[in-house]
Design a protein around this ligand. Structure first.
Ligand SMILES: [Zn+2]
Length: 276
């Protein structure tokens, strides 16, 4: 599942391609993925709109248009974007296809079709952000605010990191990696963290995410479900993973076998000696 670094990787590749493009036609092949819109209306509304900005917020991709409308794409489990300068490869998993006047084509494909696309007009744009927590690579991200969030929470550390209303954009892989690097046990209640531990966690959240962006995300898993960037290239952060999916392997810190536990239907991987 693409998390913040994977989405950022795609956005960085999309931005130079998309800005300035004018939409010629949108083919919505799977209308169910446009839950909050009338698909026929969106197809008509987007024609002749020019893209003025491409950004990311948490795991969401936003495209702004010259009339201040905004398109939000949430890839969720298996959503993918592919760019073609010409001759797009459309297949059974292509769900929405954007054709531009330049001849370029952007395909949103999604094997499980759980991703979501939403079009907002100039009045409703950005309102969706209110339901999401602080974005760890933004200007709003600071230790004082983070400390406040932690103090008010009764969650364990793993659930806290994955709660999109608290810290936005972190999923299972990075939550495990951040906790190991912070020496914090996944079941530890965050309101029991010492000031030094809060500082460490705060630092590791942004350093792990930044490193993962530098490595263009994580591609773990098999074939079709694997993360690939806009040009169908895999990320490299999987080579830097220390604990995720490594049950029984020696801990990179102390050599003890890594442990696994189930937490809210997701697996947590940790070292029982290094993480308190
Ligand atoms: Zn260890």
């Amino acid at each position: 599942m693409p998390e913040l670094p994977e989405v950022e990787t795609i956005v960085r590749q999309l931005r130079p391609k998309l800005i300035g493009q004018i939409i010629e036609k949108v083919d919505i092949l799977r209308p169910q993925q446009w839950k909050q819109n009338n698909p026929a209306q969106v197809q008509a509304q987007l024609i002749n709109k020019q893209i003025t900005a491409v950004d990311r917020f948490a795991k969401f991709i936003s495209m702004d248009f010259d009339d201040d409308g905004q398109l939000i794409i949430h890839l969720r489990m298996t959503g993918k974007l592919s760019w073609y300068d010409s001759e797009p490869r459309i297949d059974v998993y292509s769900r929405t296809v954007f054709y531009f006047k330049s001849g370029s084509v952007l395909i949103f494909s999604d094997t499980r079709a759980l991703g979501r696309l939403t079009y907002f007009n100039c009045e409703t744009r950005n309102l969706w952000k209110a339901r999401i927590g602080v974005e760890p690579l933004s200007k709003e991200w600071n230790l004082k605010h983070f400390r406040e969030l932690i103090r008010r929470s009764t969650l364990d550390a793993k659930s806290f990191l994955m709660d999109q209303k608290k810290v936005a954009g972190i999923g299972n892989i990075y939550a495990n990696e951040i906790l190991f690097r912070s020496h914090i046990h996944p079941l530890r209640k965050v309101n029991t963290l010492k000031p030094s531990e809060i500082r460490m966690l705060f630092k590791k959240i942004s350093s792990v995410l930044r490193l993962a962006i530098d490595k263009m995300g994580t591609s773990l898993g098999d074939g079709k479900q694997n993360f690939r960037s806009l040009y169908n290239i895999e990320g490299e952060f999987q080579n830097m993973i220390l604990v995720y999916n490594r049950t029984g392997d020696p801990c990179p810190g102390c050599g003890a076998p890594l442990q696994k536990l189930r937490q809210k239907q997701r697996s947590s991987f940790y070292c029982k000696l290094c993480q308190k």
